[in-house]
Write a protein that binds this ligand. Structure first.
Ligand SMILES: Cc1cc2nc3c(=O)[nH]c(=O)nc-3n(C[C@H](O)[C@H](O)[C@H](O)COP(=O)(O)OP(=O)(O)OC[C@H]3O[C@@H](n4cnc5c(N)ncnc54)[C@H](O)[C@@H]3O)c2cc1C
Length: 437
């Protein structure tokens, strides 16, 4: 809650407002005088909201209301059924490892000695850096890059490849990139990092890199490292507990989320390739069933949607087109551009789409990507359809309020049903209609 989702989304909300004011003229709204963002206020607001939410996650609530004995401190296993915290040894019948992850810091000369930022320090900033460099073009880097750019910083995002969000649907990524370029973000693609200089507060941070055969240097007032996360497996005494782990994959678990020690389970970022809060939540639910109530639930049965909260948002569930092609799964794609959806047109949010892949000849939804203003909220409708085995054709018969962006999902359903009409049925309909005229 302190250094990940909550503060980042609080900043993004302010950034969205800044962009709305910047673009107000597109809606006939005149904003007189200079518009600027009070960064101090933005950060204060974020801390205030974090404090407002914090009672739900607090140790106090767990101990006084939920009946959990909370021991605050760094815990480490001392044996197969014991753990030590603050010098106190506790014995357990079952245990769960939920230590999450930390920012993975790339091996760039001078970086570790420089005053770089990660997600755990960026939210402590009190002044807006005039020039911000962001190493890493994944969801975390891009969300924060867009926020800081909209607050008024000059932002450069570095990527080792020629892509941003390399795992996402390429068409969706293009739309996000276009929006970020409109914000004024600079991208440095195919950057080969050489060295970082700058450890004292008074000097700029210099990033030396190679790009297209040229040696380049860029100077920044702050440098954010957002090159992925690494599982928190160090100093946990995993060896004493007989728990197998890997520095990259984290704690190794089976389908029931059990580690190599059958009394110890693991959930969340420390044991999953899906590093999302909702995934950690559902892994935890699964472990409660499996460890305490003789459950046999499998983690691979979880259908996991996710979203990146750039503006526009990108949300996804199921398989991507590239997965379908790699696995030779026959599929058909139905895509509805928001430029054909009335609500998106009147909202001035035409850049985006809903794309749904169905199993060829069956209609079962096997994957979907949405890029648009509320993609993160909209993807749940498709997740519900997938989880309940409701095919795309059935989604067409669900009445959606007009005008909403979610109509695009129903319209994909309509397109699917139209596609199902064989030439024979089409010609029967035509003849029937001709008779009725
Ligand atoms: C900037 C940012 C934005 C993000 N935004 C989103 C988002 O919008 N939506 C989303 O779904 N996901 C988001 N994520 C990912 C999400 O934060 C993680 O997937 C989620 O927090 C994982 O939960 P977890 O419980 O596994 O681990 P964590 O939330 O990391 O919690 C692990 C806890 O264990 C503690 N711990 C570690 N070692 C020990 C020890 N030895 N003893 C005692 N305690 C220990 C840690 O201090 C920490 O409190 C974001 C991540 C980042 C970095």
């Amino acid at each position: 809650m302190n250094v990940v989702c909550v503060p980042s989304k609080a900043l993004l909300r302010c950034a969205k407002t800044a962009a709305a004011v910047r673009d107000a003229h597109e809606f006939g709204v005149k904003v007189e005088g200079e518009v600027s963002v009070d960064f101090g206020y933005v950060m204060e607001r974020m801390r205030r909201l974090r404090a407002k939410i914090s009672p739900v996650d607090s140790a106090k609530r767990y101990s006084s209301q939920l009946g959990v004995d909370v021991f605050q401190g760094r815990a480490a296993f001392t044996g197969k059924n014991s753990v030590e915290v603050n010098g106190k040894t506790l014995h357990f019948a079952k245990a769960v490892i939920a230590t999450g992850g930390t920012a993975a810091i790339p091996n760039i000369e001078g970086l570790k000695e420089s005053r770089y930022l990660t997600n755990s320090s960026v939210f402590n900033l009190t002044e807006l850096p005039r020039r911000l460099g962001v190493i890493g073009a994944g969801p975390i880097g891009l969300e924060l890059a867009q926020a800081f750019c909209r607050f008024g910083a000059e932002v450069t995002v570095f990527s080792r490849s020629e892509k941003i969000m390399p795992k996402e649907d390429p068409e969706a990524v293009e739309i996000v990139k276009k929006s970020m370029l409109k914000d004024g973000i600079q991208f440095a693609f195919n950057a080969e990092y050489k060295r970082v200089e700058g450890s004292s507060e008074n000097e700029p941070i210099k990033l030396f890199f190679h790009q297209g055969g040229e040696e380049k240097i860029l100077e920044f007032d702050a440098l954010l490292v957002a090159t992925g996360r690494k599982p928190a497996v160090s100093n946990l005494g995993l060896e004493s507990a007989g728990v197998e782990f890997d520095g990259r994959k984290g704690v190794l678990v089976n389908e029931k989320l059990q580690t190599s020690n059958p009394d110890i389970y693991a959930v969340g970022d420390v044991a999953s390739k899906y590093q999302f809060t909702h995934m950690a939540d559902f892994m935890a639910r699964l472990v409660i069933k499996n460890s305490l109530f003789f459950g046999r639930d499998k983690v691979s049965d979880l259908l996991v949607p996710w979203a990146t909260y750039t503006d526009p948002e990108v949300a996804h569930v199921g398989l991507y087109e590239k997965d379908l092609q790699e696995r030779n799964i026959p599929y058909v794609t139905f895509k509805r551009e928001f430029s054909h959806v009335d609500r998106a047109i009147v909202d001035g949010e035409e850049d985006g789409f809903v794309k749904i892949h169905v199993a060829k000849g069956k209609g079962d939804i096997i994957g979907a990507t949405i890029v648009g203003s509320h993609a993160g909220d909209m993807i749940s409708e498709i997740s519900v359809a997938m989880q309940s085995g409701m095919g795309l054709g059935s989604l067409a018969s669900v009445i959606h309020p007009y005008p909403t962006a979610a109509e695009a999902i129903r319209q994909c359903g309509d397109a699917y049903n139209r596609e199902r009409l064989t030439p024979t049925i089409k010609s029967i309909f035509h003849r029937l209609m001709a008779l009725r005229r």
